[in-house]
Design a binder for this molecule. Sequence first.
Ligand code: BTN
Length: 281
Amino acid sequence: MDDRLVERNDSRDASASLDVAALRLGISGLRLGHPLIFFPAIGSTNTYLMGLARAGAAEGAVVTTDDQTAGRGRMGRVWKALPGQQLILSLLLRPSFPPHFLMMASALAVAEAIEREAPLTAALKWPNDVLVNGRKVCGILLEASEGAVVIGVGLNVNGSLADDAELASRATTLADECGAAISREALAITLLARLDARYHTLQAEGLAGRQAIHAAWRARLVTLGQRVIIHQRASQPTAEAEESAPPTTLTGLATGVDADGALILLTDDGQRQTITWGDVE
Ligand code: BTN
């Protein structure tokens, strides 16, 4: 058997606590991931880490947990907890470039970690959802304040969403897709390693680095060439750009993305619109 997989009902199956010592060892050579702060349970890793950021914490700090009891999603949504089964992780960075490139880098890093640690293929849905077999396995929430950016990753690893019919129609877990439990520690190590490398590229290589990340991100976007409905709701608690926008629904063809990652939409009434935020259906 592929040693990346862990049989269901194995001792490392869904309800096991994260092996923090193994995780710390696995990321010891990385620039990012220090300190690594673990809570058995916490409200929101993003909220906690943003508090540390405001108090002056250095970039690279990571907060992770087994059970996120008040997880927040994009556009004011709740992020459902699967205690002991998800990879819940927030990372603090202080980038010298526009934060939307971190949206691309983090989605790419998650997709690459999934493909490295599970026998699955990952795709990206604009702006930064990660899909497996057409359903969402990971959401990413980027929050920025005074030069600090917190990247929050919620990845459905083990367990199943089958008991939640509404959610299961559009979301899934890695274990449900490949029929075996996956190591959350291995996923976290690979994810942080990929993000470490991408972040270095963005910090060190200027425009060429941004173009490389953009090209890799764009190549994985399944949204392009699709007819889409874009939902933009009024309740935008975090991202500054979203706060004042009125609720809108736009329908059209997703024809491309611009250099900053905004979606280019050819609307049904023939207009070309540049979409910087929203949910794609
Ligand atoms: C979305 O798809 O709406 C984004 C979901 C982001 C969830 C993660 S889990 C870790 C971090 N902490 C939070 O409260 N949210 C993010």
